[in-house]
Design a protein around this ligand. Sequence first.
Ligand SMILES: Cc1ncc(COP(=O)(O)O)c(C=O)c1O
Length: 443
Amino acid sequence: MPTLDVKLAAALKSREERQIRRRLSDPKSDEDLVDFHTNDYLSLATSQDLRSRFLQKLQTAPSVLGSGGSRLLVNGEGHHALEARLATFFGSPKALLFNSGFDANVGFFSCVPQSGDVIVYDEYIHASVHDGFRASRARDSTFPFAHNSLNAFGELLLQLLRERPGLLSGEQSLFLAVESLYSMDGTVAPLVQMVEMLETLFPKGNGYLVVDEAHATGVYGPQGKGIVALLGLERRVLARLHTFGKALAGSGAVILTTELIRDYLLNYARSLIYTTSLSYANIVSVDCSFDLLEDGTAKKLAAGLLDLSTLFSTTLHTHLHTYSIPNNLLSLPSHLTTPPPDSPTLSPSLSHLPTPIIPVFTSRPRPLSAFLRSKGMNARPITWPTVPKGKDRVRVCLHAGNSREEVYALAMTMVEWARGEMQKVADNRQEQKMQLVGPIAKL
Ligand SMILES: Cc1ncc(COP(=O)(O)O)c(C=O)c1O
């Protein structure tokens, strides 16, 4: 084998041995399973209503196929109109389309932070933000803080202000990168408190919040505008990212920001400049999804979805308790099992919002996922390196189109699996005891 092949094959083998090798699933094998894993939270990907609106709009759209080039070369009318619509809808000065949320994060973080600037980020921030700031001029000044910890965030800000006079004087900027709803944990960022801290500690206005709303789009806020809009923070964030590939059943993304930053991105964001812009059909499909947000259809779907979330977590929580299932076998995150704090400290806390993403922690995610599969349910195991070591889980993604029976059955099937595992352990112990007692009894 040529050397390159040897090296690549060895890397894959090593992943195989560590049980972290990624593979595509067979499309046929997923067909009849109940979907508890896609990000199609509002079930719009299979909506007849969306489908017929899309087909109807396609009939009258002036162009439906490829855009023909980079946005800078071919500024399609559809692209232009969609941006204007989204800026108005989200209450933002400007909007700029990207081909994906990944491209948008890479584009923004690779070029907006300048030399000497600092990027602080929640440790659970999406990989695309990492890829962005690795390519940025601020790449040597990036600092993580513990997930959703206001204490850790505050301490980090104070330390940076002490160490970097440019931040205090306002000559340098600090960017805070967070997700409003975290994709792997279903946790909600304390955005209000973060904005308040930034504004207090950076009175010169050089502390900037950038919020990735990929998983909140369509689900939260007025007309599904996201959590920034839910909290009325539109004017206090520098940029918001909304993606179209999750609840909106499309693909692509939009960055909502100022006119200056939009202009800067058009000039410097390589993931925007050096790629063919979205096809017209894609623009039409996204436009139709926003029709559903605007006319209230999505709001009803989202309300049903969040009810399902509460049903799932309360059913599972109750039965874990009833059958004394150990935490290492199956457990829910604390934000779903403890009551919300009595008195929200500074500002409203959304930490206990029901969410469509529910991580069910287990030390045996693959066997659990396989068991669910054998019962007709598709919920995927998520392991390191996607999540930190020791935080393996089966991630449940719920959808507006799931029935209450399906969701209840999912929780109960997880419990059935855990009880089976407990029984196996008990049987093993009994067998070992018998092996010990047998010879003694003969004496
Ligand atoms: C938080 C977050 N941001 C950005 C992205 C990328 O978005 P897209 O799928 O549109 O590339 C994802 C998708 O995995 C995500 O989960």
